[in-house]
Write a protein that binds this ligand. Structure first.
Ligand SMILES: C[S@@+](CC[C@H](N)C(=O)[O-])C[C@H]1O[C@@H](n2cnc3c(N)ncnc32)[C@H](O)[C@@H]1O
Length: 242
């Protein structure tokens, strides 16, 4: 019974199968979670605001070479496709069931270049992308995987490129949801890596990993949402000698 996750260890990282098989890998779970009211409930009613803020950053800017790093439930992928059209949207995820779901929602006239890949070790060459969008991925990764993803983002982003991260904010000590112990318990039970993420300084981690690629990341814009419980942040990645 407790080893049910092993059934989902099909080229997927161990943490993903162990902690999230029911949410991302099990077809019935995938069907269940991909409903607007469920997605919105998980994000305490903030889904539309988070998506709107993320998409707004793509207006009036380069549409070429955009990567959505991992799939998400809801409408983000088709909206991103619209935002970058007529350029294709690149999408990478390690779970076939998620890539198939994304493909099923893709508007037929807009190209989606979906590929099965581990975000910790991307099969893209250095300096491939002008934009990378990470929507609620990082808090679901253990520390080592987060580290690897920061490194890969710094490697595959072109100098001058941008990284959009939509995520939980830093440790929300004063937020009501954090102060109500049973809610805090439930959130951290369902999201076992969130506490580590809450304590992490994203800019420092990106810069630590940028060194070996000769790049640095600057936080150029941030919007706090839901009293700072969530945030949308834009980093620009530059060459260290530029
Ligand atoms: C973006 S995250 C969370 C999304 C958010 N909860 C939502 O749906 O709105 C979930 C996705 O990340 C993918 N994922 C997790 N770890 C990964 C990894 N190391 N490489 C590629 N995809 C990964 C899962 O397969 C899943 O599709």
């Amino acid at each position: 019974m407790f080893n049910i996750y092993r059934h989902f260890l099909n080229g997927t990282p161990e943490y993903l199968a162990r902690h999230y098989w029911w949410a991302y890998l099990w077809s019935k779970g995938v069907w269940f979670f991909d409903h607007q009211p469920i997605i919105n409930a998980i994000l305490f009613g903030q889904y539309k605001k988070l998506m709107k803020s993320t998409l707004a950053r793509l207006n009036n800017s380069s549409r070429e070479d955009t990567l959505q790093l991992t799939c998400v439930y809801g409408e983000l992928t088709p909206k991103l496709q619209e935002a970058v059209a007529p350029e294709p949207l690149h999408l990478a995820d390690v779970a076939m069931v998620q890539l198939e779901l994304a493909r099923s929602k893709s508007p037929g006239n807009m190209p989606l270049l979906a590929a099965r890949m581990n975000a910790e070790q991307l099969a893209y060459k250095d300096d491939s992308f002008s934009t990378i969008v990470l929507f609620f991925l990082l808090h679901e990764l253990p520390a080592r995987a987060r580290t690897n993803v920061y490194g890969e983002c710094m490697r595959v982003l072109k100098p001058g490129g941008r990284l959009l991260i939509t995520e939980y904010g830093p440790l929300p000590k004063n937020h009501l949801l954090y102060r109500i112990a049973p809610i805090r318990w439930l959130i951290t039970k369902l999201e076992p890596f969130l506490d580590g993420f809450w304590h992490e300084d994203i800019a420092s981690s990106l810069n630590e990993h940028g060194i070996s690629h000769g790049k640095k990341a600057l936080n150029i814009w941030q919007e706090d949402i839901f009293g700072g419980f969530y945030r949308v942040t834009q980093y620009t990645v530059e060459s260290r000698d530029g």
